[in-house]
Write a protein that binds this ligand. Structure first.
Ligand SMILES: Cc1cc2nc3c(=O)[nH]c(=O)nc-3n(C[C@H](O)[C@H](O)[C@H](O)COP(=O)(O)OP(=O)(O)OC[C@H]3O[C@@H](n4cnc5c(N)ncnc54)[C@H](O)[C@@H]3O)c2cc1C
Length: 239
């Protein structure tokens, strides 16, 4: 039986940050992430100033800025019906305003999730060596007086490990199993999940305007289809 003070389920930005912060405060935790590594798709790009303040407090803001887009590196976010289809909307990404700059010295940042997560992971692993396990899923849990018990499953071997923890942090994202089991409702519209959405973060590249862009194409009620960017041929990998 694995006995740990805090189990963190999910290795997205929230889980990775929780792991880092707990380690920095001397609290032992174990983070489990069901995928083999960090995000492969860009997903979130805009990190607001408040979040950057937290990253700054823990000394990782500069590394995140380095991993993200240079200021002014994106002109637009464009939504279209398909990769080559009709344009739905385009927006200039949010910038630090004079009003927000008066409240904090920290600026927002554009760093897509697949660039952000490896940075937080690196710091979390260095602050808590051996405290992050990938390919490992929280497959069941129940609450007891004074803690949580449950099972972790190694997704490569199928091996199950029972655990007991004082606290469970469910950082499992929108489809969280823990949230559903605890009957915690989602608040707000899910309209965006039913739309077709295509977003292309771009970054400047010496060779040409289409270079170094990556794409995420989401279809209604189907898993997102990731369109990888081929660095070598400077083209999108699929249509
Ligand atoms: C196209 C797109 C654009 C977006 N743009 C923005 C933006 O600009 N700004 C912004 O703030 N947000 C944006 N978001 C939302 C943002 O991606 C989420 O808010 C963010 O990912 C939430 O982080 P998280 O760590 O809570 O969850 P996630 O990033 O979803 O991570 C959860 C992790 O938990 C793992 N997991 C789940 N269940 C288990 C389990 N039982 N055991 C082990 N692991 C488990 C999953 O594999 C996943 O890796 C965007 C999302 C999309 C799809």
């Amino acid at each position: 039986m694995l006995d740990i003070p805090v189990l963190i389920s999910g290795g997205g930005p929230v889980g990775l940050t929780a792991s880092l912060l707990l380690s920095r405060h001397g609290v032992r935790s174990l983070l489990v992430e069901r995928h083999p590594g960090t995000a492969l798709t860009p997903k979130a790009r805009g990190i607001n100033a408040r979040t950057m303040e937290v990253f700054r407090q823990y000394g990782i803001d500069a590394a995140i800025r380095d991993a993200g887009l240079a200021e002014g590196g994106t002109g637009l976010i464009v939504w279209t019906e398909t990769l080559a289809g009709k344009e739905i909307e385009r927006r200039v990404p949010g910038r630090a305003t004079a009003k927000s700059m008066a409240a904090t010295p920290v600026k927002n940042c554009l760093c897509a999730q697949d660039d952000l997560e490896p940075v937080i992971r690196r710091f979390a692993e260095s602050a808590g060596p051996g405290m992050l396990r990938f390919n490992t899923e929280l497959t069941s849990f129940s609450q007891k007086t004074g803690g949580v018990t449950g099972t972790l499953t190694d997704r490569t071997t199928g091996q199950e490990t029972p655990f007991t923890a004082r606290y469970l942090i469910a950082a499992e994202g929108a489809q969280s199993r823990v949230r559903r089991q605890l009957a915690v409702n989602m608040v707000g519209s899910r309209e965006c999940l039913r739309q077709r959405q295509y977003s292309v973060p771009r970054r400047p590249h010496p060779v040409g305007p289409a270079s170094a862009c990556r794409a995420l194409f989401c279809r209604a009620r189907r898993p997102p289809c990731h369109v990888p960017y081929d660095q070598r041929h400077r083209s999108l990998g699929a249509s």
